[in-house]
Design a protein around this ligand. Structure first.
Ligand code: DAH
Length: 357
């Protein structure tokens, strides 16, 4: 009678368990895995040899072998878990960051958290007011071609209205003239073009953003400032709708004792056009130095969309009409918070910015 192939199973199991206990790193465990429990292990070799046994002996031998394998595999998994825990503990130890080396000792706790600046806060408030009135908010590029900034807005190359905008021209060596946008009005053109292309008129949108003019900064002018543009294109829109939107906005943003008025004005892209004024926020309409004793402060421009603008973007002026408006976000912040000098908005002095959180 031949000796059972499992004669040294107990001995082999003990050796495997000792080898597992001796593994000292996860890498070593990974390298040894195949020879401990995998295809190259003594247990796998024994498994093969079972084939030569009588069916009855094979069954009991198979069960014994399976039990040995379970013991070895459990030991290996426990060792793996131990080594993982150990590796984690030692990496926490070695990777520990001693902030005492990084933060100077004279920092005053708690550290102050930053917050959006006054212009961003004002922009958000203005957006909120218009969203509450049913407008959506859209964005447009700060760098525009001459066509978007001027021509599509009915301002051809030699038009005297170009003189109103002291423009930064960009020389990209292209045949087309490129400018830093002088107002947010070109975003109207982008929105109308998109609505025509996607057959998605009407439009009720406001478009806030940064604009640029070659102005020397003074108390009420900046070379980089912000405007918010409004555009409505729909059926049967009248000047009364425009005046209503302006008045509703004025009271919602400045408060119930400030109202608006429209004075005839001129803009090439609207007909008729108006200057949009609000009650002087300093003297509340009584007349003071800031409003040149008129009781009113000019905030922006507005008007009914000029048929030439609708034609430039391919909108049928017989079916659709609309209005637009645009005014300064920085100017709103100045009026609302009675800032004597707009330059404070771009000087990044935390003593100023920290007052508006
Ligand atoms: N874009 C004009 C400016 O910057 C302001 C303006 C006037 C915008 C009339 C409009 C408008 O949408 O209809 O001076």
């Amino acid at each position: 009678m031949s000796t059972s192939p499992l004669a040294d199973l107990a001995q082999q199991t003990t050796e495997l368990l000792a080898a597992i206990a001796a593994l000292s790193t996860l890498d070593a465990l990974r390298d040894a895995e195949a020879s401990l429990t995998g295809k190259r292990s003594p247990l796998a070799a024994l498994q093969k040899s079972l084939g030569a046994l009588e069916p009855a002996t094979r069954k009991t031998a198979g069960a014994e072998l399976q039990e040995a394998r379970r013991i070895v595999e459990t030991a290996l998994e426990e060792r793996r878990a131990d080594l993982r825990r150990e590796a984690r503990r030692s990496s926490l130890e070695t990777d520990r960051l001693d902030l005492g080396d990084v933060i100077p000792s004279d920092v005053h706790w708690p550290l102050a958290a930053g917050h959006p600046g006054l212009v961003s806060l004002t922009q958000r408030e203005l957006e909120d007011v218009f969203v509450g009135m049913g407008f959506t908010v859209a964005d447009g590029p700060e760098v525009e071609s001459d066509w978007y900034n001027f021509e599509a807005l009915n301002i051809p190359p030699a038009h005297p209205a170009r003189g109103l905008w002291d423009t930064f021209y960009i020389d990209l060596g292209e045949p087309e003239t490129v400018v830093l946008r002088t107002h947010t009005s070109p975003t109207q053109i982008h929105l109308m073009e998109r609505a025509v292309a996607t057959d998605s008129l009407p439009i009720h949108s406001v478009m806030p953003g940064r604009c640029f003019r070659r102005d020397t900064p003074d108390a009420s002018h900046l070379y980089s400032f912000h405007q918010i543009e409004g555009l409505v294109v729909d059926r049967g829109i009248t000047f009364g709708d425009l005046a209503g939107v302006i008045e509703t906005f004025t009271r919602a943003y400045f408060g119930p004792d400030i109202s608006s008025r429209l004075r005839p004005g001129y803009f090439p892209f609207t007909e008729p056009s108006a200057e949009f004024e609000v009650t002087c926020t300093i003297c509340r309409g009584a007349g003071c130095r800031t409003c040149s004793s008129t009781g009113w402060l000019e905030l922006g421009g507005c008007g009914m969309l000029d048929p030439a603008v609708l034609a430039a973007v391919g909108i049928d002026g017989e079916q659709w009409s609309g209005f637009a408006f645009g005014f300064g976000i920085d100017r709103c912040a100045q009026m609302r918070h009675e800032l004597s000098d707009m330059r404070a908005l771009i000087e990044n002095d935390v003593r100023f910015l920290g007052q508006f959180s």
